[in-house]
Design a binder for this molecule. Structure first.
Ligand code: AMP
Length: 126
């Protein structure tokens, strides 16, 4: 899995404080902020602070503390945004795009957390 990380990507610039973001949550190893082009009433991006390109890169190479921190951050975002079905809310979807086939735009690993409306089927009909 020979991923090369481009440290000029926009999320790397956000992490370095070079461009602003609308932060929802910051933890030791993760940052979450509102998507600049929201696709739903709740559209939060959660990213690890480490230099990982996409999901399999992160899952294979991140330290356990980073992975646990990241996953717990996603739960906290759902709690903060009132979208967890476990709390009686209407639910959410988590999307992680990787590479060309998924049309990943930003080559720093991120999950989209979407909620606040009916989200439709998993994928549009091809
Ligand atoms: P993806 O196609 O999965 O790589 O998604 C990248 C997402 O990043 C898109 O939903 C963009 O709207 C979002 N995005 C790009 N630049 C910014 C930014 N500066 N702040 C917040 N979200 C951004």
């Amino acid at each position: 899995m020979p991923y090369t990380y481009d440290d000029q990507n926009i999320f790397a610039k956000i992490l370095r404080g070079e461009i602003p973001n609308d932060t929802v949550l910051e933890t030791e190893h993760s940052l979450a902020f509102n998507d600049i082009v929201p696709q739903a009433p709740v559209h939060v991006l959660v990213i690890p602070k480490g230099a990982y390109v996409c999901h399999d890169h992160f899952a294979a190479e991140a330290r356990s503390e980073e992975i646990v921190d990241f996953m717990r951050a996603t739960a906290e975002i759902c709690r903060l945004k009132d979208i967890s079905p476990g709390d009686g809310h209407s639910g959410f979807r988590v999307i992680g795009n990787a590479g060309e086939a998924a049309m990943q735009e930003v080559p720093h690993y991120h999950l989209h957390i979407l909620g606040g409306r009916l989200l439709g089927g998993l994928l549009p009909v091809a």
